[in-house]
Design a protein around this ligand. Sequence first.
Ligand code: ADP
Ligand code: MG
Length: 324
Amino acid sequence: MALGEFALIERYFSGAKPAGILGVGDDAAVMGVAPDHQLVVCKDLMVQGRHFFADVEPASLGHKSLAVNLSDLAAMGARPSACLLGLGLPSIDQEWVSEFSRGFVALCERWNCPLIGGDTVSTSGDIFISVTALGTLPPGTQDLRRSAARVGDDLWVSGYLGAASVALEILFGHVSASQQTLQSLRSALEWPEPRVTLGQRLLGLAHAAIDISDGLTQDLGHVLKASNVGAVVWPDQLPVDPQLAGFYPELVRRAVLQGGDVYELCFCAPASNRLAIEELGRDLKIKLTRVGEIIEGKDLLLQSADGIRSVVQPKGFDHFGEQP
Ligand code: ADP
Ligand code: MG
């Protein structure tokens, strides 16, 4: 029998009953915030045909729709505390919703970020997903806001770059690759791992951070503009995903510098914290690479191994702009 809106919410989205929180099922959720903590809130909207293919594995879509928000919290240094899910569906396909919910809830549980509410509506065709995530910052900490980079800071990147963007190029048919290569690159695109712990551990070590959702040069450009500084990036030092070894170098270079959907953190930290950051990377088993430095000015410069510098225009994904 067809499932209605309320039965759907009851069956797939009211599993967690976190202690001390009034969650799914009332007009609004109610929860406490620990004394003197700051609330950090973000929201992302994902639209079929724009952010995901209609036939994408629904469990990965559930995962990713929360992951991109946890990544934004991480880029502020916040600890996740809860999330809300807005879902627009053309019809109720129970198998799809069940898989979507499985991917979503697994990530909620992993980061102790219960689903406490949302809204569910029917649409005339496409699927829409909007997640709001709430997090907190402990007293006495300074968030990792974009405007806080300082001249002399080291520039760091977590993890590896480029795989998600090349996966997308293959899926669009612009680049060819074996099924096996596509499968492994695809997981970077569809199952991104938000750097939740890293973001929190950078509080007190880094000044500013951003998650690379729209491409390194574009996202770093936001930090430079907000902080009124420039940067030098050493392209030879950028952590290229090892899976991209066999691809055409120009494609890889573009994927690494401009490719979106990465969800790694790019952060600026004083050189005096260099050893502590290297130690943090070892502790968390996350590759942390120093890729440049913050300088005076407003330009983003690429500096090759022989010292030649060139200015790059920040490029990456812009919904209403020209595409790179
Ligand atoms: P209202 O009409 O007051 O907006 P709804 O009937 O839309 O309430 O929602 C009923 C309850 O179910 C609310 O607690 C709401 O937060 C929750 N809810 C609705 N959709 C979702 C969803 N997709 N995921 C989690 N909770 C949801
Ligand atoms: Mg409603």
